[in-house]
Design a protein around this ligand. Sequence first.
Ligand SMILES: *[C@@H]1O[C@H](CO)[C@@H](O)[C@H](O)[C@H]1NC(C)=O
Ligand SMILES: *[C@@H]1O[C@H](CO)[C@@H](O)[C@H](O)[C@H]1NC(C)=O
Ligand SMILES: *[C@@H]1O[C@H](CO)[C@@H](O)[C@H](O)[C@H]1NC(C)=O
Ligand SMILES: *[C@@H]1O[C@H](CO)[C@@H](O)[C@H](O)[C@H]1NC(C)=O
Ligand SMILES: *[C@@H]1O[C@H](CO)[C@@H](O)[C@H](O)[C@H]1NC(C)=O
Ligand SMILES: *[C@@H]1O[C@H](CO)[C@@H](O)[C@H](O)[C@H]1NC(C)=O
Ligand SMILES: *[C@@H]1O[C@H](CO)[C@@H](O)[C@H](O)[C@H]1NC(C)=O
Ligand SMILES: *[C@@H]1O[C@H](CO)[C@@H](O)[C@H](O)[C@H]1NC(C)=O
Length: 650
Amino acid sequence: MMNQLHLSLVLLFLISNSCLMIQSQQPYIGQATNQCDNTNNSTSVLGYSCNGVNPSCQAYLTFRSQPPFNSVSSISTLLAADPSQVSQLNNVSNNQADATFETNKLVLVPINCSCSGPFYQSNTSYVLQNDDTYYTTANITFQGLSSCQALQAENGNLSTRNLVPGTRINVPLRCACPTRNQTDDGVKYLLSYLVTFGDSVYDISTMFNVDTGKTLQANGLSEEDFTIYPFTTLLVPLQNPPSISQIIQPPPPPPSSNAPSPKGSSNKAWIYALVGTLGGIALISVSGLLVYWFCFRGRKRTEKDPVVVSESFDSIEKAPEKNGMKSAEDEMSSSFWDSLSSFAQSLNLYSYEELRLATDNFGPSCLIGGSVYRGMIKGDYAAMKKMSGDVSEEINLLNKLNHLNLIRLSGVCFNDGYWYMVYEYAANGALSDWIYGKNLGKEKEMLILDWKQRVQIGLDVATGLNYLHSYTSPPHVHKDLNCSNVLLDGDFRAKISNFGLARSAEGPGEGGGQFALTRHIIGTKGYMAPEYLENGLISTKLDVYSFGVLLLEILTGKEVAVLYESVKIQSLAEILIPVLNEKDGIENLSQIMDSSLGGNYPSELAILLIKLIDSCLKKDPSARPSMHEIVQTFTTTVTATTSWESKLSV
Ligand SMILES: *[C@@H]1O[C@H](CO)[C@@H](O)[C@H](O)[C@H]1NC(C)=O
Ligand SMILES: *[C@@H]1O[C@H](CO)[C@@H](O)[C@H](O)[C@H]1NC(C)=O
Ligand SMILES: *[C@@H]1O[C@H](CO)[C@@H](O)[C@H](O)[C@H]1NC(C)=O
Ligand SMILES: *[C@@H]1O[C@H](CO)[C@@H](O)[C@H](O)[C@H]1NC(C)=O
Ligand SMILES: *[C@@H]1O[C@H](CO)[C@@H](O)[C@H](O)[C@H]1NC(C)=O
Ligand SMILES: *[C@@H]1O[C@H](CO)[C@@H](O)[C@H](O)[C@H]1NC(C)=O
Ligand SMILES: *[C@@H]1O[C@H](CO)[C@@H](O)[C@H](O)[C@H]1NC(C)=O
Ligand SMILES: *[C@@H]1O[C@H](CO)[C@@H](O)[C@H](O)[C@H]1NC(C)=O
């Protein structure tokens, strides 16, 4: 009897243990840690799950020195770490524990991590200061090492109202111990790295000399989805304790002497080496030809095509040239290849032969339009664009971006002076085909997007732009958002493409101001904001204006050029006046809305979006909403659309 009980206990232990081992990764939860009202606890917002080999272990955190937490002693107190260990790890002598670090210096902090209920955590406490909330405590004071949900759970007896200055709250810090899978792989410690602007999984892994794939795996990320956000933690699996030399010295460049020749190799390490440097040589200045693709997709170019092309256009796209710089072809010398110093992840280097086979020798049956071909690579469709000139800026930017709503660059090929960019394939093509494709004859008349699809596309585009504006470092402006540059995948989810004109929103030098100026006005007619056309002023508000125009096209089903003709005056916003007039706005809605919707849309939501368009088209850029605000409006609209739909079906 006793024995049986014993046996079943052992079995139970084994079973539960093996169950834990199955989910051996910790999911990366992104921005959920900052969403205080998110009560969905099924993700690891409350902490990394207690699924390691040991219930407690030595672990590490990073912290960025910020006054008043900018010395060994103040940081150790804040994070409940042992000051002598912190000193040692950061190469500070013990008698200098009060010496201040420079602001934003990365500090390594050793802590003890242990299971508390279903989560790992390292306990500390914090006395609330003026105006502190769970949110500011988690995101600002602790920089994302804790989450506001975890603070709420840990201090359950304190309601948000009771958060008066002077109250001491418990703070669980996010840490974890290696899983069986990781220990089998030699991993001894997990470091909770605090992501900051401009970080990529690759950069962080390289810093700690860890294979990028293992970091992705440790966080449940994949090569297809590795978006990370500032003020969140990323687990770095370490075989040895981290060292200060890793975070002060730049990662060693890959050996340049054995860089293989650019042609015909599919060695990934090589392309890794390529991309980082291309970024390095890129100087932000846009001139030369307009880069655009998919423009000709499925339609003939007419005189009215609202595109400004500053020079003649041939069938091969030319990337914008850099002022006073040699083109990439000239730079393809051995010193160019030798200078390649860091690399990108998830980018394949294709041989020309591979692309040739994939596209039936770039045959007409595979031509999508312009110089863009469709081909089957490794069992998946891809879009391939042939380009000449310096594509480094686009490669470098796209390589940093990983977002569902931004088209993904999956690989490149260089052959005979031309670049071939390989992008993810968007099965439903350009939004323009769907919005005004119906002007193109019978066959296209079938292409009608319903209200819900249109609203979802708006949200997708806004989300993609918000990512570009707020989560790239430095912030970028797309600069050429239009209906042809928004592609639709098989599920009609939108992906922004064509980053040929994208550039930093910050001026060169002087630490980057709010605005940058350019004398080269390039973009798509009708979509360009007045301050850009008049003064060459570049800011993220440029994209907001273009977004307003795009949304107007989506709702009216008309091309912007046609809309301008209908107003016969300068300002597009005038089209909206009949609806914005509060009294009889709703009656006038049908004047504006696409007739092919057949009146099937919720009027209140349509008016909400028309008001949004009006604010996006404001002449004064500062009066336009931010993409963040637009995303919020659209999120509400999508939710409201869902309930409108379900009411309809009842
Ligand atoms: C909670 O989040 C998880 C993962 O994001 C999701 O699968 C699940 O459906 C969500 N649950 C609720 C109730 O929203
Ligand atoms: C962590 O645990 C070790 C061993 O149990 C102990 O010596 C050390 O003081 C602990 N550190 C902290 C900061 O509690
Ligand atoms: C940390 O705090 C939690 C809850 O306050 C507690 O259950 C747990 O035992 C603590 N862990 C350690 C190592 O003190
Ligand atoms: C967290 O705080 C930082 C400043 O410390 C701020 O830049 C960031 O936007 C905040 N995160 C969120 C999601 O608000
Ligand atoms: C999530 O956890 C918080 C804090 O423990 C709790 O108040 C909330 O009800 C939980 N939400 C769900 C859906 O379980
Ligand atoms: C909440 O509980 C903690 C211990 O879990 C205790 O120290 C603290 O005084 C309590 N706070 C209030 C306001 O009751
Ligand atoms: C365990 O590690 C192996 C390779 O090291 C990997 O293929 C496998 O997916 C991992 N299992 C889990 C659940 O992460
Ligand atoms: C640590 O500090 C000493 C003197 O303060 C210095 O000589 C040494 O180079 C430092 N080590 C590292 C890795 O920074």
